[in-house]
Design a protein around this ligand. Structure first.
Ligand code: MG
Length: 274
């Protein structure tokens, strides 16, 4: 009996010592902590690679986004106008409800002299998709034919104009950064048909005292044709005067009522924040 107890005792001590041994921190093989690193894949320094794998990266993963072509909206886009309501928009004059016409075909049309409208939501850097149409039945000439505008950050205008057989100053023609930069092409469809603008906007940056430390940029496609290739925004786009550079943060997307019964319509407006 004594022998049996002694064996049990020895076994239990051995078991405890084994467990203790397993729990000894010094013996635990912990994997080396790996801190994720932002890999830019564009720093070509150090020893020249000799294997293909040395220049192939698998992290960080690229986010999957549903496609935004062929009339589809990217899965991560913010829809600003889908034809069902003007609820996301207000009058730029007095912040009351937007008074433009909501049409049965899923578009909206400038209501003459009701003023510009703008999104309730503010944005900084964005990818913007917007479709616009000038009336099939043309009226007037020059800047007074189908004039509207897409204002990034509420202050930088990409011109909307019916330029078909309708000359005007080139830095104010359709697709211009108004009075600042002519487009590289005139890519309008016939009056009365739908145009698309696809725009990439990067906002300028300002220091604490309001000085501009980095210019904004614009890239603009009109019906798939490149008009502006990451060009510098010089400042605001006034009708009269030089561009100005007031300090600002995020701002709305604004659409122009030119005040001359332009009857320009818009539809399918969405942005992706960058
Ligand atoms: Mg305009």
């Amino acid at each position: 009996m004594k022998t049996f107890v002694a064996i049990l005792l020895l076994l239990s001590i051995g078991l405890v010592s084994c467990q203790e041994k397993k729990e000894t921190p010094n013996d635990v093989q912990t994997p080396e902590t790996v801190v994720p690193e932002v890999i830019t894949h564009d720093e070509y320094s150090g020893t020249e690679p000799t294997k293909p794998q040395e220049t192939e990266f698998y992290e960080p993963k690229v986010p999957k986004v549903g496609p935004g072509n062929n009339g589809k909206i990217p899965s991560d886009a913010i829809v600003l106008f889908d034809g069902s309501t003007l609820d996301g928009w207000i009058s730029s004059r007095d912040s009351t409800a937007a008074k433009w016409h909501l049409n049965k075909d899923g578009s909206m049309t400038v209501a003459d002299k009701t003023g510009n409208i703008q999104t309730k939501q503010n944005f900084g850097d964005i990818q913007l998709h917007i479709e616009w149409r000038s009336p099939a039945e043309v009226q007037r000439e020059g800047q007074n034919r189908g004039n509207s505008g897409v204002f990034l950050n509420g202050i930088y205008e990409v011109q909307v104009l019916d330029n078909n057989d309708n000359d005007t100053y080139v830095n104010g023609q359709v697709g211009s950064i108004y009075k600042q930069r002519s487009p590289m092409a005139m890519a309008s469809v016939p009056s009365g048909e739908w145009n698309t603008y696809d725009i990439v906007y990067h906002a300028p940056e300002f220091n604490a005292t309001g000085g501009k430390i980095k210019s904004g940029t614009l890239t603009v496609f009109h019906n798939g044709v490149l008009l502006h290739d990451h060009v510098e925004i010089k400042g605001t786009t006034p009708y009269i005067g030089w561009p100005k550079n007031p300090s600002h943060g995020k701002g709305p997307l604004m659409l122009q009522d030119h005040g001359d019964n332009s009857r320009v319509s818009y539809r399918n407006i969405w942005v992706r924040e960058l």
